[in-house]
Write a protein that binds this ligand. Structure first.
Ligand SMILES: Cc1cc2nc3c(=O)[nH]c(=O)nc-3n(C[C@H](O)[C@H](O)[C@H](O)COP(=O)(O)O)c2cc1C
Length: 384
């Protein structure tokens, strides 16, 4: 199997599984505890059906939308994900360039292996920075300042990761950052010599945004989970979030909002968007799927704030269903990381092309000329 055999997200996942050592693949693919939420995030899209309109002259259709003040060519963008250097030696540059080429937005994690300044030099396209609040508040301020100087268009504060989720697959596979050879993982690295040689011989693994600022950040020989538990601040509260909104002064999302009450408070502190998300099922297992929660949040706050659906998206129809319920756009993580592991920048370009063409074809079949035509009349939920 290779890239040309990949026709959908599931195919990229199969290829990534083949190409990546198992600790790396399962770090991307896994969720927390029993992975109930991980599974539910995608399954939830199947509880409802689309209702097409026919004879609608769909000879010209417009897939574009606006998020964080930026126009994107189709209503799906890249969620922030940590440590791209682990999945492919090209690191974040693959995702940055693929997103720009396809006319969508790249989101950069605090835990990136490429720095804010490097990403800014790589692209003039729409870019969002994802912030974690560290115990060292100077670090948070410094990241915001650097994003301003580097011309980022928006900022999202992740609020669902005050402690690390319980990722049992990682315990079993011996996942660590940077990867270390353990007896358990040795065979898997040996069986993937291309990945292993690229990892060893190309640029060194580093958490580029925080390397100069924390001693721990510069020499992470622990797991990423230890880092989260030691460095992220569990006392983070609404005042801190409001401080970040003000300090940033531009388009700002809270990422990881799941309750109506929190979505309303996001408006009160001046946020311009909420990303309805449970971190792709990697944090609180048993939490509701973003899609299941979407309609209620849109009804409560959708006229005042951008609502973005993040989690479980694997098909164009998933995006259409979220937009029909009132989401402004969707974002996705695992799907493009499988593609990164499967084939670097070309892999991500391909998965974005496939998703874009699915969205386009599905809109034509729905009789929708633009994303604005997707509304509640186009969707119905099944009884029980
Ligand atoms: C390997 C991996 C790393 C991630 N790293 C981060 C991160 O650093 N910051 C963050 O806010 N979310 C992170 N996420 C969560 C994503 O931003 C997003 O919420 C999630 O992937 C959406 O679900 P999906 O994977 O089903 O599309 C990560 C997800 C994955 C799979």
């Amino acid at each position: 199997m290779n890239l040309k055999d990949c026709h959908n997200v599931g195919d990229f996942k199969k290829l990534a599984k083949k190409k990546l050592p198992s600790p790396i693949f399962h770090y991307i693919d896994g969720g927390s505890d029993d992975e109930v939420t991980l599974k539910r995030n995608t399954d939830s899209f199947n509880n409802c059906d689309l209702i097409p309109n026919v004879l609608s002259d769909v000879s010209n259709i417009d897939l574009s939308t606006t998020v964080f003040g930026q126009k994107i060519n189709f209503p799906l963008f890249l969620s922030p994900t940590a440590m791209h250097r682990l999945y492919h030696h090209s690191g974040e540059s693959a995702a940055v360039k693929a997103a720009e080429k396809m006319g969508t937005m790249f989101s950069m994690s605090t835990m990136s292996t490429t720095s804010i300044e490097e990403v800014s030099n790589l692209t003039g396209g729409p870019k969002l920075f994802q912030l974690y609040i560290h115990r060292d508040r100077g670090l948070t301020d410094n990241l915001i300042e650097r994003c301003k100087n580097a011309g980022f268009h928006g900022l999202c504060l992740t609020v669902d990761t005050v402690v690390a989720g319980n990722r049992e697959r990682d315990y079993r596979t011996g996942f660590s950052t940077p990867p270390r050879l353990t007896l358990g993982s040795l065979l898997s690295f040996a069986l993937h010599p291309t990945w292993s040689l690229n990892y060893l011989l190309r640029g060194k693994f580093k958490l580029a945004n925080i390397i100069h600022m924390t001693e721990k950040g510069s020499s992470i020989d622990k797991t990423i989970m230890d880092y989260i538990n030691e460095q992220f601040d569990p006392s983070m509260n609404w005042k801190d979030a409001e401080y970040c909104v003000k300090k940033w002064g531009g388009p700002f999302a809270l990422k990881g909002v799941m309750s109506i009450e929190d979505a309303k408070r996001a408006i009160d502190i001046g946020a311009s968007a909420v990303m309805i998300s449970n971190h792709g099922g990697r944090q609180l297992d048993g939490s509701r799927a973003p899609f299941d929660q979407l309609a209620e949040i849109v009804d409560a706050v959708g006229d005042k704030i951008e609502v973005i659906l993040d989690g479980g998206v694997r098909r164009g129809t998933h995006v259409l269903k979220a937009l029909a319920l009132g989401a402004k756009a969707c974002s996705f993580g695992k799907a493009y990381l499988y593609a990164l592991g499967a084939g670097g920048q070309r892999g991500i370009e391909m998965v974005l092309e496939k998703m874009k063409s699915e969205i386009e074809r599905d809109m034509i079949l729905m009789g929708c000329k633009s994303v604005k035509d997707l509304n509640r009349s186009k969707i119905t939920f099944r009884k029980n």
